[in-house]
Ligand binder design. Sequence first.
Ligand SMILES: [Zn+2]
Length: 284
Amino acid sequence: MQKWRIGEVTVTKIVELETTGGSRFILPQATREACIGIGWMRPHFMDDEGRLKMSIHALVVETPARRIVVDTCLGNDKQGRSVPTWNGLQGPFLRDLAAAGFARESIDTVLCTHLHVDHVGWNTMLVGGRWVPTFPNARYLMGRTEFEYWRSKRDHAEQSSVFDDSVAPVFDAGLVDLVDTDHRVCDEVRLVATVGHTPGHVSIEITSGGQSALITGDFVHHPCQMAWPAWASTADYDAEQSTRTRREVFGRLAGTPTLVIGTHFAGATAGRVVRDGDAFMLET
Ligand SMILES: [Zn+2]
């Protein structure tokens, strides 16, 4: 089990899925030929053939006063997903979460960096044919801009959506707090706007005891985007804005001791950003 300590805060990674290869649908420019020369990505983020390794995981952030889950992966039993293997999952995520010491009832806060399919899935679980909140004692914090965007999209969609099975049920249960993109969650945790991937995307900044960390969300999907910040993801709502965000955030972090914890980074998952010529790399 991977854990990181930032002052008095502990971050624990709970993995739902890990993959090697098959990332072209999300990062089309990151071909094996283009990546294989980026040696620092081996072995954590790329195999010897240049195939990218990625991960879908949740991060549990424990502060002295709070127990927060950041992003809730794909979830079990979901249907209608565009990636076929994401339908009808029967994974051990909740068992793994409990085994790590985090019974779902003990979570007091759920933070969604944005409302894409792989970040909201375990917001709900299927019980008796109904989607019910997985974390009944939590406040679910979602960005107001992000929520309104996806709600308006849902109103124009013909088929049921991620919003219907993984967002609306927690909102209808009265568990959602819509927050601004600079919302402070508690002394140690606050949101920072990192727009471009989605209209209201946020990352999570942790500061405690003179140390700091940044949980990325999806403004960066893979460390190869540190070497090539203009490699936008096909899921980016605004590729130019997401590229500006990557350059700005990496430039600000480069050479600092801030620990960058990637929401889809496999292997070591976390490291420090340093300059590498005109671009950046992640030192694990
Ligand atoms: Zn994602």
